[in-house]
Write a protein that binds this ligand. Structure first.
Ligand SMILES: Nc1ncnc2c1ncn2[C@@H]1O[C@H](COP(=O)(O)OP(=O)(O)OP(=O)(O)O)[C@@H](O)[C@H]1O
Length: 253
């Protein structure tokens, strides 16, 4: 069980405040969507939580200051799938997913049976077992996205932070991806997912943080906070709401 809390987190890049004074407490067993328009600061916020970008304010993991944990300890507690990763080396898919076990390995040690089982589980859950021997640089965008998700799952961390994990996935794999994140949360993990799809966020997330211009515009259960007024204000769109669907229908003039 892993919890993450941010207090007054702010990020300034090129003299611009791209994340502004964000305070949130993220509990184990929840699937939290991070929403907001392009450039709102979603990726930068999750990178700040992970300590990958210098920031103002405080971040704690399980109540301990994040920076008091070693890099390996952080990596074992919080797995991260960055946005749009590019692969440079011709590794097999299996080898790539194996990299997810690195935080668990002592220097120069080999994978244990437990590591291999974790890799098998992650590959099965992300539906990439059939790709195991493929050169990862030859995968389609959607296949690559699922392999990267498998690598993050292979960590078997208590918290999983995924940045646009559904990008390039076909509709069936998008739903499967969200079901998988939901199952992780139901099994006790804290899952934080940067998302663009309002319907999937509404259907699967317990809570959404909506960012606008770097600041939290709202934070709560999607069905309560994703209102026509909020979508107009934050995204500049109109939307049709019904049966758990939120379908953008036009732009606010
Ligand atoms: N290294 C950087 N230097 C300067 N500005 C940056 C840097 N990285 C990001 N930004 C800017 O910070 C803002 C927030 O970027 P971020 O990637 O966090 O947005 P986002 O909400 O994740 O967007 P998207 O939905 O397009 O992925 C953007 O305006 C971006 O151009």
């Amino acid at each position: 069980m892993v919890s993450i809390a941010a207090e007054g987190v702010g990020v300034t890049l090129d003299a611009r405040d791209v994340v502004r004074d964000v305070t949130v407490a993220l509990a184990p067993g929840t699937l939290v969507g991070v929403l907001g328009p392009n450039g709102a600061g979603k990726s930068t916020l999750v990178r700040a939580l992970l300590g990958l970008v210098p920031h103002a304010g405080r971040v704690t993991i399980d109540g301990e200051p994040r920076d008091a944990l070693t890099r390996a300890e952080r990596a074992r507690r919080v797995a991260y799938l960055p946005q749009g990763q590019v692969l440079h080396w011709p590794l097999s898919v299996r080898r790539l997913v194996e990299l997810g076990r690195l935080p668990h390995l002592a220097p120069f040690s080999r994978l244990s049976d437990a590591d291999r089982r974790a890799i098998d589980r992650a590959m099965a859950r992300a539906d990439v077992a059939a790709l195991a021997q493929r050169d990862a640089t030859t995968l389609s965008g959607g296949e690559r996205a699922r392999v990267m998700l498998a690598r993050a799952l292979a960590v078997e961390a208590g918290a999983l932070i995924v940045d646009e994990p559904l990008a390039s996935l076909d509709p069936a794999h998008q739903i499967e991806g969200m079901e998988l994140l939901r199952a992780e949360a139901d099994a006790g993990a804290l899952v934080v997912a940067v998302l663009h799809d309002l319907t999937l966020a509404t259907r699967f997330c317990d809570r959404v943080l909506v960012l606008a211009d770097g600041a939290l515009a709202t934070d709560g259960a999607p069905r309560h906070v994703l209102t026509p007024a909020l979508l107009a204000e934050v995204y500049g769109i109109t939307a049709w709401f019904g049966e758990g669907l939120v379908v953008p229908t036009g732009r606010v003039r």
